[in-house]
Each structure stands twice: as C-alpha cells, then as structure tokens.
Design a protein. Structure first.
Length: 249
C-alpha cells in the first residue's frame, strides 16, 4: 500500500471527487479526516466504509471559507491521528452568471470558498509540514482555470488562482520536503452533473473536445491524487496535471 501509516485531510469529502479520494487514500493505507458542509449522512457513510477497511476516520463539519473553522479541523485531525501528512484541498462551488449579470455576492462567495478556502487549510498545515520536514499538498483546480469558461468568470478566476497559489507554495515549502501539486479535471460524472437539468447538453458540448469520448469518473481523479500523495511522486512538485480525457489539449 502506497500510504501505509500516513494520515490525510480531504476537504469536501462527502461526495464526488472528495468522497472517491477519501476512499482511495484509505484503500492505500491512510487514515482520513474528511470535511463536509451539508451532506452529513453521506460523510458518515464514508467514515464507516473507511473504518471497515481497518483505518481511522472522522468527518468534521466545516465551512472552508472560515479561517478559524479550518484551524479547528486541523487541530481535531492532529488530535485524532497524531500528525497530518497529506492535505487534499478539494471542496469548492460554482455560482454561474455572465459577467454583466454577476452580482458582487456571486463573485465574492466563489472566491471565498474556492481560493481562500484552500489558503485557510494550507496555512494551518504548512507549519506542521515544515516542522516535520514532510508533507503532500494536492489542490484540485480545473481546466477552466487554464482556459476560461463562458458564464464562469468567478469560477475560472478562482481555479486559475489555485494554479498560481500551488506554484508559489511549492517554491516556499520545497526546501522542507513538502510536495505541492494541482490536479485539473475536465468534465467529471459527479452527482452535481447527474442532477443538472442541463446534463445532456453539457455532456454533448464537452464530448466535442474529449478525445477519449468518455466522461471522467471521480475515481480517475482519486487514483492520481493517491499517487501524488505517495512517495512514488517524491520528485514531482509545482505541477498542474490535467485529468480530462484530452478535453483540453
């Protein structure tokens, strides 16, 4: 197992990519603290699944945009596991509108969650990683942070910001044995997509660009995250790796 004896925090671990990542990290041997904001029942079900693998797991309610709440999650995870080795910044949101109709609230909230939320957790684990001279940070961004997306200027800006943040933190923490990378998914078959009234149209448009002609699954992201969280990726840092079936080449 790649992550035997390691412990991880996964934000937004109650559904989609975060849930798949939590399960995959546990399958590879890690103890997992996953955060949720609304989906408590789902979060607890994944905790039970991880416990069934013989790993330790906790679910903690958290609004990742709140600095103090992120600090409390980190403290609780350290108290439970003794240390933290891996941070997966995954939780995020979108609130779409074209730029000439977007409200200040829409802009601010998406940036608070998607960008400041990543800062909040990184800020609280960085001193721990620096002191122990070891750590893995994996930030989930998006191909729409690399190319932009019509009607998603706030989301695209936040995801582009994550890419710049990843590279800066990789430079800052590299001397302390900390790897920092980003994963950029294309269109992934999550519950949010499945429940969308526009699902068929979204998929149709995406398939024009997806050269593998299949939708990505949360497990496709989780497999890469587990690799980046392991020592097999010890000489990889500051990278942005697309998982998009060739959607953005």
């Amino acid at each position: 197992m790649l992550l035997e004896g390691k412990s991880a925090i996964v934000t937004g671990g109650s559904q989609g990519i975060g849930a798949a990542t939590s399960i995959e990290l546990a399958r590879e041997g890690a103890d997992v603290c996953l955060t949720y904001r609304k989906h408590e029942d789902e979060a607890q079900s994944y905790v039970r699944e991880i416990l069934g693998m013989g790993r330790r797991a906790i679910a903690v309610k958290c609004d990742i945009s709140k600095f103090a709440e992120a600090e409390q999650v980190v403290k609780q995870a350290v108290a439970e596991f003794g240390r933290i080795d891996i941070l997966v910044n995954n939780a995020g949101m979108n609130w779409d509108a074209v730029s000439w109709k977007m409200s200040e609230e829409q802009w601010d909230r998406v940036l608070e969650v998607n960008l400041k939320g990543y800062f909040n957790f990184t800020r609280h684990v960085a001193p721990l990683f620096k002191e122990q001279k070891y750590g893995k940070i994996i930030n989930i961004t998006s191909i729409n942070g690399m190319r932009g997306k019509f009607g998603q200027s706030n989301y695209s800006a936040s995801k582009a910001g994550i890419i710049g943040y990843t590279k800066a933190i990789a430079r800052e923490l590299g001397a302390f044995g900390v790897n920092v990378n980003a994963v950029a998914p294309g269109l992934i078959e999550t519950a949010m997509l499945k429940d969308s009234a526009s699902r068929d149209k979204i998929v149709e448009l995406a398939m024009v660009d997806i050269v593998l002609k299949r939708l990505g699954q949360p497990e496709d992201l989780a497999n890469l995250v587990a690799f980046l969280a392991s020592d097999k990726a010890r000489h990889i840092t500051g990278e942005v790796i697309k998982v998009d079936g060739g959607q953005y080449i």
